[in-house]
Write a protein that binds this ligand. Structure first.
Ligand SMILES: CC(C)(COP(=O)(O)OP(=O)(O)OC[C@H]1O[C@@H](n2cnc3c(N)ncnc32)[C@H](O)[C@@H]1OP(=O)(O)O)[C@@H](O)C(=O)NCCC(=O)NCCS
Length: 387
């Protein structure tokens, strides 16, 4: 390689924290031509993984300088492939290599070292998410055997200063954790990547709750049980306060967007309320977010019910959070629920790319199964712990 010996070891908060934060700042990634949002981990670089059942962060050190990082988590999820519909899944995230040390194989070594940890823990498959246009990342993961798997979209809706009006024909009810878990198991158990420890997610302190919406006049009564009668149409979702873990801030927005945002803020201050422009929050200081997940709908009128639930979460953000400025969700490429989720195209990411790899071990013959044959059901369960 032509330089000192590279050491890859586990992250040690006391020794590495400041260097990791510095590295993160130097590696900010995002598409050049459009708006994107950066993550500020509030002095805890491991915050994005610490709610997962198993996690690790590795650092690469070269001549006492921290030059790369990678994070990984493990959990048991639904994945439709013979001989069973469950898989131990490793998730790779947060790969960063310092700009001056790139193209020397450090990124590749970090990925392979993380895979050793996955293998030690009996992981069947590992997957990662990246921007479709991040050529360095796509090439690197392809080189070590990852293949294109799913193309979900990240939808972002700003929280305005005004409450949305909620239809008086819709009833909204908060579910108890046990009931929410039972309904999820009944209706989403077979959704791709459904986490088997859903109860842990629902009882996590970051979870704000699970709500259902149905036509007023009908009833929702302990419907987690198998003999429950469901309303003619209904929708459900859960909300997670990611802003407690990390903040977002606007990245290198094109000048036009910067000017638009600034002028909207100024006009908002100057104009009388009858001439107000569409509300745009001030994105120039770090802000929090709510992540909505576990979206499910049934029945002919469920689209309107889902829209109402999204508006309800928006209003909840205004009422309960000082700094939540966006509501974020991620949906599978073919998931029709996306039609009912309010979002701004300018802030959303329609081109997320997930790649997957089977970890081939001699004692795991099922992993020889051709991954490209795993049927896509269009829907995905997005785990809020991996946002
Ligand atoms: C992506 C990243 C981690 C790659 O790290 P790296 O140490 O430079 O990667 P490696 O040297 O191990 O490269 C391995 C292979 O990846 C591919 N690759 C890496 N950088 C590339 C680039 N800029 N353009 C095209 N292919 C690239 C190549 O196939 C390369 O093999 P080669 O050098 O033999 O051609 C680094 O560019 C980075 O930190 N980028 C910013 C953060 C980011 O995008 N992270 C990924 C998010 S999932």
């Amino acid at each position: 390689m032509g330089f000192g010996e590279l050491l890859i070891r586990s992250y040690d908060a006391e020794v590495d924290r400041l260097q990791v934060e510095d590295l993160e700042r130097r590696c900010e990634v995002g598409p050049a031509q459009r708006v994107f949002l950066f993550t500020d981990t509030l002095g805890d670089p491991i915050c994005r993984i610490r709610n997962s059942p198993m996690y690790i962060m590795l650092v690469a050190v070269l001549d006492n300088e921290l030059v790369g990082v990678i994070q990984g988590t493990i959990k048991l999820v639904t994945l439709h492939k013979p001989p069973r519909d469950l898989a131990k899944m490793g998730y790779v995230l947060g790969l960063r290599v310092a700009p001056v040390h790139r193209r020397r194989g450090i990124g590749l070594k970090l990925v392979l070292k993380l895979e050793e940890w996955f293998n030690e823990n009996d992981v069947d498959y590992t997957y990662m998410a990246t921007e479709k246009d991040n050529q360095a990342s796509v090439n690197l993961f392809t080189k070590v055997g990852y293949i294109k798997f799913r193309t979900p979209s990240i939808l972002v809706n700003p929280v305005s200063k005004r409450m949305y009006h909620l239809s008086s024909t819709v009833e909204i009810e908060k579910l108890r954790e046990e009931e929410a878990a039972a309904v999820y198991r009944r209706f989403m158990q077979s959704t791709e990547l459904f986490p088997q420890d859903i109860d842990n997610i629902l009882r996590n302190k970051l979870n704000l709750g699970t709500w259902v919406a149905y036509p007023r006049g009908e009833s929702w009564d302990n419907l987690g049980s198998t003999n429950g009668q469901f309303p003619s149409s209904w929708a459900m979702l859960s909300a997670w306060n990611s802003g407690e873990l990390f903040k977002l801030r606007l990245g290198k927005a094109p000048t036009s967007c910067f000017m638009y945002t600034k002028s909207c803020i100024l006009m908002d201050k100057l104009l009388p309320s009858c001439f107000k422009l569409p509300d745009i929050p001030d994105f120039f200081h770090p802000f929090g977010l709510f992540f909505i997940y576990g979206l499910h709908q049934e029945g002919a009128a469920s689209g309107k019910l889902m829209r109402t639930l999204c508006k309800f979460v928006h209003n909840l953000a205004i009422k309960s959070s000082k700094d939540c400025k966006v509501i974020v969700t991620e949906v599978g490429g073919g998931d029709s629920v996306r039609l009912h989720i309010p979002h701004w195209k300018l802030l959303s990411f329609p081109d997320d790319l997930w790649c997957i790899k089977a970890l081939k071990c001699e004692d795991k013959p099922q992993n020889i199964y051709d991954l490209s044959k795993i049927p896509s059901l269009g829907t995905l369960f997005i785990d809020p712990r991996e946002v």
